[in-house]
Design a protein around this ligand. Structure first.
Ligand code: XCC
Ligand code: SF4
Length: 620
């Protein structure tokens, strides 16, 4: 079965159904936007202040300046920084929320939460210079939370986790004066700089973008990952299923969508509550089926082995199956269209975060103190909604796909016998040519999942180990690339390595904030060889990115020394200077740069050239 919009065979019948029933999805809404504004695409439209909106003539005619006098370079750079700041803020605010839940846990105010990985707690506390002595775990957690909260403010001069970066990378950051001082501070300063009449030099604006992105990757996101591991457990290998077919005909289906694991973990527990299971039976259901969506889905997949229904462009389709009793959302990447689509079915859209409310949704306010109660209420709402499901309107696609996930750095290291040495040896011997992180979203500008899957296949075929996060991981999972059997698609060298370890050629490392795990892994490999990350035969790619968070992720990859290829053009081409800086000049200072290549086959070729040249420089 082929389709022009998606590679996901399970999505096809639902896209068709939507068209037949006159339900609009992101694809049609995108088409209705065409042609998208040319000024906007080039980044030369400025709406920052009320002297505007202003735009620059792309062909050099008049006007060449906004009312305030800003030129195209300033406007493009400021727009980009504003996007990046929103992305860094989203990741970091999520991180802060996890720390807040941990803090309440340490104080005994959030009784349903507990410390799950106490070894990691000790390890991270030590990194923060906290004396372990014979402190109680709760006290240790409290001290760690306070230290992490300080990272957000202005007390410190540099973030703790930057020390995880190779020495050479730290020196590069120091010389360029882009060491982040505090996570919130850099984000606020970014917003200050984009105010009319503040930072008007594109280089200065973009360098602060680099600083803010580092504060996300080595700060807010890393804190989110580490603290989630401490509270909910560090992921280990899990096998389960992926696709819209994970929804069940005879059970209450609850989809958990968004990014933060703090409530979803409780919902997973609440769905096992005897009283509620009994109620489900009374309502005629054979059980309660929890499935994930996007990165909340990735979080509970990585830690609890919960099946995952799909990625970003699957969210509307899940409702269109007619089989979802409740879609529970926290924040980020949740289409405002969901409550409209839900009106055509019996599905209830349940919002849970004070900062992410939706028209037409029911709101259940989550607090760490009452999390389990709220979780139980939500599950109950879903169960009670089961009899409203119209059986003749249910369309659940068949053939779920198996997958293996849970590859935290800890799990990868333990699979390798405790150190990165075996990877380094495999890379040195040439069995593995290099490693590439494929990350990021879906975007209707690119055929759904095509960018991720094609790039991953092209790379593993050429003996490149691929690691994935976010919606990219889910795309690859749907194609079966996250199974050990996918070794048959790998080149001989890579195949020999992964077959011995019984792991897939594409390793699922987690959610979007878990791109920080990729940084930790890269740093470990670089430190083992005694080089910088930029010396390694590695690259990053975001073939179908859309979000502001992806701008931040791409930027901290490049800031960390990783050549990064984007599949969707960023809105910078209205400024030659900004484009040159990001695609060329950054290399001189950061030893890494961006490239844009919408065709994943060509992107693979670009990446291979890069990997081969790095191998040559290393003399391997
Ligand atoms: Fe969102 Fe994280 Fe992008 Fe997917 S990948 S569309 S950001 S859910 Ni991070
Ligand atoms: Fe126009 Fe300058 Fe205001 Fe932007 S900041 S809208 S370019 S006047």
């Amino acid at each position: 079965m082929k389709h022009e919009k998606t590679l996901d065979t399970q999505a096809i019948p639902l896209i068709k159904r939507a068209q037949e029933q006159g339900i609009t999805t992101a694809w049609e809404r995108y088409e209705k936007q065409l042609p998208q504004c040319g000024y906007g695409q080039l980044g030369i439209c400025c709406t920052l202040c009320a002297l505007g909106p202003c735009r620059i003539d792309p062909f050099g005619e008049s006007p060449q300046r906004g009312v305030c006098g800003a030129d195209r370079d300033t406007i493009v750079a400021r727009n980009l920084l504003q996007m990046l700041a929103a992305g860094a803020a989203a990741h970091s605010d999520h991180g802060r929320e996890v720390v807040e839940v941990a803090f309440k846990t340490a104080q005994g105010k959030a009784e349903k939460y507990k410390i799950t990985d106490s070894e990691k707690l000790k390890r991270v506390a030590k990194e923060y210079g906290i004396k372990l002595e014979d402190k109680k775990e709760a006290d240790l957690l409290k001290e760690l939370c306070i230290s992490m909260m300080e990272e957000f403010g202005t007390i410190k001069e540099e973030l703790q986790f930057l020390k995880r970066a190779p020495k050479k990378r730290l020196e590069i950051w120091q010389n360029l004066d882009v060491i982040p001082r505090g996570i919130d501070r850099e984000i606020v300063e970014a917003m200050h700089r984009v105010h009319m009449g503040v930072d008007n030099h594109y280089t200065s604006i973009l360098l602060h973008g680099i600083r803010t992105a580092i504060a996300d990757g080595w700060g807010g996101s890393m804190i989110a990952t580490e603290m989630s591991d401490i509270l909910f457990g560090t992921p280990s290998i899990k096998e389960t299923e992926v696709g819209l077919s994970t929804l069940k005909e005879d059970e209450v289906n609850i989809v958990l969508h968004g990014h933060n694991p703090v409530l979803s973990e409780q919902i997973v527990m609440a769905a096992e509550d005897k009283e509620i299971l009994e109620l489900a039976k009374q309502k005629g259901a054979n059980g309660i089926n929890i499935v994930g969506m996007c990165c909340t889905g990735n979080e509970i997949l990585m830690r609890q082995g919960i099946p995952i229904a799909g990625n970003m462009l699957n969210q509307e389709l899940a409702i269109i199956t007619g089989a979802v009793e409740a879609m529970v959302v926290d924040y980020q990447c949740i289409f405002p269209s969901l409550s409209e689509i839900a009106k055509c079915f019996h599905t209830k859209i349940i919002t849970t975060s004070e900062k992410a409310k939706f028209n037409g949704a029911i709101h259940y306010q989550f607090h760490p103190e009452n999390a389990y109660e709220v979780a139980k209420q939500i599950v109950k709402v879903a169960v009670e909604n089961f009899p409203n499901r119209k059986k003749d309107r249910v369309l659940i696609p068949d053939r779920p796909q198996r997958l293996m996930a849970g590859f935290s750095v800890e799990t990868i290291l333990s699979a390798l016998g405790g150190s990165v040495k075996p990877i380094v040896e495999a890379i040195t011997s040439g069995k593995i040519k290099g490693a590439v992180g494929i990350v990021g979203c879906n975007n209707p500008k690119i055929k759904h999942d095509y960018g991720h899957i094609t790039l991953a296949k092209e790379l593993i075929k050429r003996d490149v180990l691929v690691v994935v996060t976010g919606c990219s991981a889910i795309a690859c999972a749907k194609e079966g690339l996250l199974t050990p059997e996918a070794a048959s698609l790998a080149g001989d060298g890579l195949r020999s390595v992964i077959e011995a370890l019984k792991i897939p050629p594409v390793l699922h490392m987690g959610s979007c904030v878990d791109c920080s795990r990729i940084l930790v892994l890269l740093a470990a490999i670089a430190n083992e060889i005694g080089v910088d990350i930029s010396d390694l035969p590695v690259a990053g790619a975001a073939p179908e990115w859309y979000s502001q968070k992806a701008v931040s992720i791409g930027s901290y990859f490049v800031a960390s020394g990783v050549f990064t290829v984007l599949g969707v053009a960023p809105r910078i081409f209205g400024s030659k200077k900004v484009t040159e800086l990001l695609a060329e000049k950054l290399e001189e200072v950061l030893k890494a740069k961006f490239a844009v290549e919408p065709d994943p086959v060509k992107a693979a070729a670009l990446i291979m050239d890069h990997i081969n040249s790095k191998r040559k420089s290393l003399g391997i």
